[in-house]
Design a protein around this ligand. Structure first.
Ligand code: G4P
Length: 293
């Protein structure tokens, strides 16, 4: 980051963190594998390294969600990046259901050794159990609902299953825990905090929306200048700071307060909500580290 960036204060309320962790710990004992949902636009920032400890040696599937909003070329690079690390990946748009149909096959592929071992012991009928995990607002509930579909059968009470806990039969012999585990996002840098705020995983303080939007303008200018040109009809000046770019965009939009002064606050809100709605095009905020080979 250069000096054009302004420090952003992010309001952070850890709240139910301990409860969420306890829930994950308890359920972990009952599942055969975990599926970690991340935002395809920020696969690095929307992961929480705690999952390594929480999941232990359980098999894992990484789900890159919101592919409809992410840059397809960058998503392809992430797919290769995780593949090289031996991590199984599924790409989805949980909102429309794209990619969700491949979920049972992806789960079975990750669990193929487990399935073979169960069959060898004559326990081939024992259902496999899966838990969805992810940071807030990444699409966990939407994903579970899509996987469950209208035909979803609630597997219901089973011996040894805590009362109230529901398993959804997603496929023959494949059960999904209906309550996802909530992981806390970690942000050890300003940039990660901003990426999380831009994708609505955390909330920036109302007053700081302008700073968030101003810094986002700088990221857009560096990575997707065409998006600014197309949406806001001006070529971003390389010398200007983010607030000045917001001002230019606001002027183009006609967001004026008095005597020609631009309503930057309004422009900031518009920029953030237009990114959220995908109106700036498909924009990824993070690319994987360059391949070493
Ligand atoms: P959570 O359980 O992880 O907290 O997330 P949840 O399913 O509630 O999803 C949060 C928001 O993200 C929802 O939007 C949902 O529609 C949206 N969403 C989930 N998956 C996708 C996806 O793959 N693509 C897109 N574009 N959106 C997705 P919302 O807050 O209800 O409103 P809105 O964002 O739809 O306006």
């Amino acid at each position: 980051m250069n000096e054009q960036y302004t420090q952003l204060a992010i309001q952070w309320f850890p709240g139910h963190m301990t409860k969420a962790q306890r829930m994950i710990d308890e359920n972990m004992k009952q599942v055969d594998m975990v599926c970690e949902l991340v935002d395809a636009r920020i696969p690095h920032s929307s992961r929480n390294p705690d999952i390594d400890r929480l999941a232990g040696d359980k098999p894992r599937l990484l789900i890159l969600n919101r592919i409809d909003l992410a840059d397809p070329e960058v998503t392809a690079k992430w797919r290769e990046h995780f593949k090289r690390q031996g991590i199984a990946v599924l790409e989805t748009d949980a909102k429309t259901g794209k990619g969700v149909r491949e979920f049972p096959a992806a789960v079975r592929s990750v669990l193929k050794e487990k399935i073979a071992a169960l069959e060898a012991k004559g326990q081939g009928n024992r259902p496999l159990r899966v838990m969805i995990l992810g940071i807030p607002n990444v699409g966990k509930s939407t994903f579970i609902n899509k996987v469950a579909g209208r035909k979803a059968a609630i597997a219901g009470d089973k011996p040894g299953v805590t009362r109230g806990k529901q398993w959804i039969s997603i496929d023959r012999g494949l059960d999904l825990l209906d309550t996802p585990g909530i992981l806390w996002p970690k942000f050890d840098s300003q940039e990660v905090g901003e990426s999380l705020a831009l994708t609505n995983a955390i909330k920036a303080d109302v007053l700081d929306k302008e700073t968030l939007a101003a810094n986002f303008m700088l990221r857009l200018r560096a990575m997707y200048p065409g998006a600014i040109e197309q949406r806001y009809k001006f070529t971003p000046d390389p010398e200007k700071n983010g607030f000045e770019l917001l001002e230019d965009a606001g002027r183009k939009r006609g967001f004026l307060i008095s005597r020609g002064e631009v309503d930057i606050e309004r422009m900031a809100s518009v920029l953030l909500s237009e990114y959220h709605d995908g109106k700036l095009g498909r924009i990824s905020l993070e690319a994987p580290p360059a391949a070493q080979d």
